[in-house]
Ligand binder design. Structure first.
Ligand code: SF4
Length: 384
């Protein structure tokens, strides 16, 4: 069976003000990196033994956190372990998330040598005031310089950008996007800011100390951005992602099409054999004592998990994110029932409201529906 592998590296230089991902500042935790990596490799070995040579791997994604922050030798040793334990296909897409301010020539050369062939660079904005307000560790000059440096080693680079962030106007957004495109990425991500409880942004917003672009401004920037990327030759293939033809992220497409993957590390999860396992093949907790974590990881069992039957809602969310839309035949094959029999009434109402359009084998969001994903998802969930 062909699978993807996700590896989570939960360390950052410091927390960005909007971030609620499972990651924390490395200061004071440097001593946990070695054991964490050791634990990851242990989990990879045990998982490979469990599947006993039955899996091949055609996509690998190291995300975070900031994977490019830690020692490149340690990081690459995890990829080596994956290669030792699984059959990684010749043409596998092997991605690494990196942040400006943490990349060096030496690290980039080591990544290439180890076999990474795609980089996702967290630029977020190319406006210094916006970057400072977000609490990013780099300014726009450093972001552009990191991209140019990375381009000497990688020809497949995603530029990760954000919409709806403080101080961003349409002019600032289009300027960022155009300058990012000039840098020569093969892929662009453009997610809108989500205010997450427990973050400084959330507290500041609730206390009236943080001003954000309105929903209408955010949407106007989004649609303007789509025009710009299409004009530049990018294919808008997922709500928040565009790629040059053939450069769509194969690993992320797995999540959106419910193809199997294994996750290792804190906050990773796996989906294989029609079952989703929360916590990944190695359920770490960030900041946990490494000895405890490794002991706990040894008791991880593949017997627990959420069955495919419970994942219809996830399927609807993720598939509708694809611009080509949801594959209704796949729904039938996976769940053994037709989507019409499960949520047919809700689909009719959404179509009547002009939010989705249906064809023989697809259901896709309309241009209007792209802005209304939350109410669409709520309606479908209610109907399930
Ligand atoms: S670099 Fe990424 S993972 Fe780390 S704190 Fe910032 S947004 Fe979160």
């Amino acid at each position: 069976m062909d699978v993807g592998i996700y590896v989570h590296i939960p360390y950052c230089v410091r927390k960005c003000r909007y971030c609620d991902f499972a990651s924390s500042a490395i200061a004071g935790r440097e001593g946990t990196v070695g054991p964490y990596i050791g634990g990851l490799k242990d989990g990879i070995r045990r998982t490979a033994e469990h599947f006993d040579g039955r899996l091949s791997v055609s996509s690998v994604f190291f995300g975070g956190g900031t994977p490019s922050l830690i020692d490149a030798g340690l990081l690459c040793s995890v990829l080596d372990e994956i290669r030792k334990c699984f059959t990684v296909t010749q043409d596998a897409e092997i991605s690494l998330e990196a942040n400006p301010g943490t990349l060096t020539e030496g690290k980039l050369a080591a990544y290439r040598k180890a076999g990474f062939n795609r980089l996702s660079l967290g630029i977020q904005s190319l406006d210094d005031r916006v970057l400072a307000a977000m609490g990013r560790i780099h300014d726009s000059r450093e972001a552009a310089a990191s991209f140019r440096l990375a381009s000497r080693f990688f020809d497949n680079i995603n530029a990760d950008l954000m919409l709806g962030v403080p101080l961003q106007t349409e002019r600032i957004w289009t300027d960022t996007l155009e300058r990012a495109i000039d840098l020569g990425p093969s892929h662009l991500s453009f997610y809108s800011l989500q205010l997450e409880e427990g973050t400084p942004f959330y507290d500041d917003y609730r206390a009236g100390r943080l001003e954000l672009p309105s929903w209408e401004e955010d949407r106007a920037m989004y649609h303007k951005g789509l025009e710009i990327i299409r004009d530049a030759g990018f294919v808008h293939y997922e709500i928040s992602n565009g790629a040059l033809p053939g450069r769509e992220c194969r690993h992320n497409l797995r999540y959106w099409t419910m193809e199997p993957y294994l996750g290792f590390g804190s906050a990773a999860h796996s989906f294989i054999g029609g079952v989703r396992y929360e916590g990944g093949a190695l359920p770490f907790a960030v900041g946990e004592d490494p000895d405890e974590t490794i002991a706990r990881s040894r008791s991880f069992t593949w017997a627990e998990g959420e069955r495919l039957a419970d994942l219809k809602g996830d399927f609807l969310f993720t598939q509708l994110r694809l611009i080509e839309g949801m594959d209704t035949g796949l729904y039938q094959r996976l769940f053994g029932t037709s989507i019409e029999s499960d949520v047919g009434g809700a689909l009719e109402e959404l179509e009547a409201d002009g939010l989705i359009e249906t064809s023989e084998d697809r259901i896709r969001l309309t241009e209007k529906g792209l802005d209304m994903t939350n109410p669409i998802e709520e309606k479908l969930l209610e109907a399930l």
